[in-house]
Design a protein around this ligand. Structure first.
Ligand code: ACO
Length: 325
């Protein structure tokens, strides 16, 4: 009997094209739109982001991250018996990017599906994979967050296009006799659909509505700080732990001010906060596994550390996962 699930490997991948704030400001100036490195850093903490080339899809980025996570776990693709991809920028309307990724990994047969919870997608996907492992439906899951958010940005809207980037992160989650995932807490409140959305859909061969990201930044900011503290506290309570036991806080990397505000509310020193938003921008569902992998490979996160992962995003959705590495 293996009643728990545990992360056994992490991986990530960023498309090679790094775009600094100055690069972006120069491009936007050609459209008559003014922004600056100073404004972007002060309001968000972002210095650069990566953009994928036009032909590169979420499953392409996810594949590279998945291969690295499998290698770190000492597993091969043939060992995987569940694939969940969290994405809001899938390769196609259907089939799922998870099914496409499965084929790119050269395997077949295991369940593969996408989870759509925008920037909370990874904590949702991890929670689903954990539940499937604990109920015996899977033993070795690949959980991926992958996005090409640059495809849905409105480069005529300076309030949003400076915030996001592309990338992918992945973990291998395996059945374990020792607890890895200790607790999780997921939520959604659909009455906030309008504050963060891509309000378009496909109909009769055309896109109806706007297929570009719209956000009320201040409304998102206020909600995010409140719900991230609540989700973390509920998670700690469910696991019978207290905030001082957290070794690393890895929140969704949207804005340094939201992240530091959350750490302060949890009474965590800022050196326990994993920050990659400065170099990645907001990569939506990819941001948490990207940050986790960088923290593992950079030697910050070590085996046995207790991690609080937290997501918040469109829906409105939010959630947290507390785990031991
Ligand atoms: N460059 C220069 N000036 C700008 C830019 C820009 N890129 N964008 C906006 N401004 C201007 C505005 O026009 C405004 O000018 P005004 O005072 O003359 O009207 C001024 O800067 C201040 O604008 P605000 O919107 O009030 O700026 P704010 O301090 O709220 O920061 C921001 C905006 C960064 C978007 C902030 O609200 C935020 O981070 N919100 C949360 C966003 C977030 O986390 N989103 C991701 C959620 S996850 C997901 O699901 C995708």
């Amino acid at each position: 009997m293996t009643p728990f699930s545990r992360i056994t490997g992490t991986g990530s991948f960023l498309p090679p094209r790094r775009v600094t704030n100055d690069d972006l400001a120069r491009d936007l100036a050609q459209r008559g739109i003014e922004t600056s490195d100073q404004w972007i850093i002060e309001r968000t903490g972002i210095r650069a982001r990566h953009f994928a080339d036009p032909e590169v899809t979420s499953s392409d980025l996810g594949l590279e991250a998945a291969k690295r996570a499998l290698e770190a776990a000492g597993r091969s693709a043939g060992d995987v018996d569940l694939i969940i991809v969290a994405t809001s920028t899938p390769d196609m309307v259907f089939p799922s990017s998870a099914a496409i990724l499965q084929n790119k990994l050269g395997i077949a047969g295991c369940p593969a599906f996408d989870v759509q919870a925008v920037c909370s997608g990874f904590v949702y996907a991890l929670t689903v994979a954990d539940a499937m492992i604990r109920t015996g439906s899977a033993k070795c899951a690949l959980v991926v967050g992958a996005e090409v958010f640059s495809r849905i940005l409105d480069f005529n809207d300076r309030t949003t296009c400076v915030l996001f980037g592309d990338g992918a992160g992945a973990v291998v989650l395996e059945a374990s006799a020792e607890p890895g995932i200790l607790a999780s807490d997921l939520h959604a409140d659909g009455k906030h659909v309008g504050i963060l959305c891509v309000p378009g859909h496909v109909s009769g061969g055309q896109v109806l509505g706007t297929p570009l990201l719209h956000m009320d930044g201040q409304a998102v900011f206020k909600l995010a700080v409140r719900v991230l503290e609540e989700a973390a506290r509920t998670c700690l309570q469910k696991a019978g732990k207290v905030d001082t036991e957290i070794d690393w806080l890895i929140p969704h990397q949207a804005n340094i001010r939201i992240m530091e505000g959350t750490a302060r509310k949890l009474k965590l020193p800022l050196d326990k906060l994993v920050v990659t938003v400065n170099e990645h921008g907001n990569t939506s569902a990819a941001s948490i596994p990207l940050a986790l992998d960088e923290a593992v490979r950079g030697g910050k996160v070590k085996k046995g550390d207790m991690l609080m992962l937290e997501g918040v995003g469109g829906g409105f959705t939010w959630g947290a996962v507390l785990l031991n590495m």
